[in-house]
Write a protein that binds this ligand. Sequence first.
Ligand code: ZN
Length: 124
Amino acid sequence: MHELSVAHAVVSTVLDALPSPDTRVLQVRLRVGELSGLVPQALEFAYDVAAQGTPLADAVLVIERSPIIIACSTCGDQPIASATDFRCPVCGEPCGDVVGGKELEILDITLDDTALANADLVGA
Ligand SMILES: [Zn+2]
């Protein structure tokens, strides 16, 4: 299951970013592209498994989907509605040049304030 390896990678990335190993994580926000091949529900399930016994165990996983973006030679970057129709939504030109939608990013993480007192914040 692809999602499980992704979930483990997300958990270990967040753990590396924590100011101290006992910092509690309250929320993790991910951006998952429509073309990433990841199923959000499966990712949530995998995340629960991967987070067990870590400071992320109680953290809420928030998944934002990001659209597929194609680069039309006439109209520039345009989001499209589905991965079955790669035509520019503006001029209708067929377009196979995908420039967005494959991403998997950690947008931000929310840490328990009480543990944050003097910590340098991650990425903020
Ligand atoms: Zn176009």
